[in-house]
Design a protein around this ligand. Sequence first.
Ligand code: T4K
Length: 372
Amino acid sequence: MNPQQPIFVTEPHLPPLEEFLPYLEQIWASKRITNSGPFHEQLEKELAAYLGVKHLSLFANGTLALLTALQALRISGEVITTPYTFVATAHSLLWNNIKPVFVDVDPDTCNLDPERVEEAITPATTAILPVHCYGIPCNVERIQQVADTYGLKVIYDAAHAFGVRQRGESILNHGDLAVLSFHATKVFNTFEGGAIVCPDAKIKQRIDHLKNFGFADEVTVVAPGINGKMNEISAAMGLLQLRHIDAALNTRTIMYQRYLDAFKDIPSLRLQQVPADLEWNHAYCPLFVRPEHPVSRDELYERLKSQNIHARRYFYPLISSFPMYRGLPSAAGKSLPNASALAEQVICLPIYPTLPIEAQERLIGIVRQTVK
Ligand code: T4K
């Protein structure tokens, strides 16, 4: 492989173009391009079956799905969430006029620490919005226990958690709702896209109304809905992706194992360990550069960049440090020590099915050089 060619943190998974063309021909022939067309309906069914969930409503992107999930459950007041995630998680709260309350994360999983959640609950708290960061499951049992004790709803931002199973069951079945992203950079992409996973048909119907301006039928508007619909070209892409997803997930597993093997003798570098009961999707490859490592995270980031390898610091800076959040009491001072440490240490290494093995080995070599 040409070392001049840039390597990015990810590359969209694109099946062979000739396999996509028949879908396009069908769309052109039918002239049905959006508003719950046949591919949209088929993808909802096939995805629910593949993921092992009861119901699912497709969206134009994950952010609109998050916004709508909060509307569907009529969430208001304060919502407890994590600062260690992509900014869309917290933005979805502000767009709904909800106050985010940031709570620190568990340093091993990078996910909301349920023990700290309890301390942050006030009379204004209505829900918890945890994130399965990098696709690693939250402590779903404990979060549910806390939610049940205080009568709170739970909406999982499962943008990273496509296909993740724990003890044989989909992680998406936890909480009141779970939200997926099918963005270009995700394990499973529909160019742009997303979905809300929901446990019953009634709530799916409400979500379906909300994503279509609130229309219940041609003349009835039941809610101030939005336009969140997935179009037919994206839905067709999803159907085609499903034919390739198992192979893509297998390749990711092999690549992640290669990273694990390469750095296992360097205690100042940490990768996520995968428990035996977890079928992880290896959506990301976060490498944590501990303070005692001879080279800092930022120096490693720059060294890789100088070799045309564009790793990313997901998730740095913390959301709580952005101007629209930093005035919140929960964002203050040293209240988020674990999240702050992770944000300073993390670098996400490239991982995607078409990453050539030579590129991965070159990258491993550059990282290993930092201990010499
Ligand atoms: N919740 C969580 C926890 C999320 O992580 C996200 C999205 C959301 C909610 C919201 O879901 P969506 O509304 O996006 O469906 C990227 C993605 O844009 C974003 O979807 C994702 N999280 C976030 C973690 O990463 P950037 O700003 O890092 O993207 P960008 O454009 O720098 O892309 C990264 C690399 O990927 C590029 O350097 C090259 C490669 N790439 C990217 C695109 C878009 C391609 O090769 N082709 C492409 O088309 O945010």
